[in-house]
Design a binder for this molecule. Sequence first.
Ligand SMILES: C[S@@+](CC[C@H](N)C(=O)[O-])C[C@H]1O[C@@H](n2cnc3c(N)ncnc32)[C@H](O)[C@@H]1O
Length: 295
Amino acid sequence: MSQPGFDELLEDLRAKLVLPADKPEENHENTLRALWLTAAGEKVSAVASMASVLPALDDDQRERLTGLLAKRVQGKPLAHLTERANFMGFEFVVGPAALIPRQETELLGTTALRLLDATSHGGAALCLDVGTGCGNLAIALALKCPSARLWASDISEAAIDLARQNVRRYDLQDKLPLLVGDLFAPLAGREGGGFDLIVCNPPYISPQRVPQMGPEIADHEPTAAFDGGFGGMAVLRRLVTEAPQHLAPGGWLAFEVGVGQGELVIKQLQAGSTYREVIGICDTDGIVRVVTAKI
Ligand SMILES: C[S@@+](CC[C@H](N)C(=O)[O-])C[C@H]1O[C@@H](n2cnc3c(N)ncnc32)[C@H](O)[C@@H]1O
């Protein structure tokens, strides 16, 4: 019996797979392409799959593809099947130990690049990525702004192990120190000046809402990547309170916020005397998703 071709598999996938709303870059075609390439031994994200030519599959690879498609339809995230996600144009090794990078966080990435440019004054800006996960944001900034000096930290040792793989993948092991610990605790005893920029995509979902995010997220990605404590804002509050001690004079804090949190956070920062130039940056739907503030 002849094997189903790409078009037949695509039609079947369209009938069976509901696409994840939190990963708008994934569609049925690039999902099938990414799994096809993965089955053939080339691990790629959905985004990167569009640039590769699909090879013919032998029987073993064909069987592997059938298994991968079944797992995807059952709700295993595509990125966990391919072990790859694309962020700001770069491929990252991903897995259950850390958040799968989301396209929405690229707004924080482009904002950070702009701030790095503004703070460098022709020299090397020093930047810390708190809660780095698999290292996607810090690494993308290091690659796009080679003059900057990046540091990254996370409370999860397993996430930092993944970040270490990505740091090696981009040959940044001598340039991007990775630290493990709670927010700024790993910096205790660090010599040298403050950071020109601190970036963070903190967990900002309330604990009650984490299990309601849907099984594809809640059953596969680490709770620590989402659970922001009381009202979803406890980690965020600590971030804005503790960051100034680690910022250089005139340094910037830039962080992602959840839908509906931006206005409140901006008001609170504007009401205090620590930060000035508190600015909300909107996504394409006009929703504040990034806040920047200068000390
Ligand atoms: C939303 S994920 C962000 C991952 C990655 N930076 C990104 O934007 O794709 C939040 C990250 O913060 C880490 N985290 C949570 N609480 C933390 C804390 N108190 N101190 C440091 N990192 C924390 C989690 O382990 C997780 O990797």
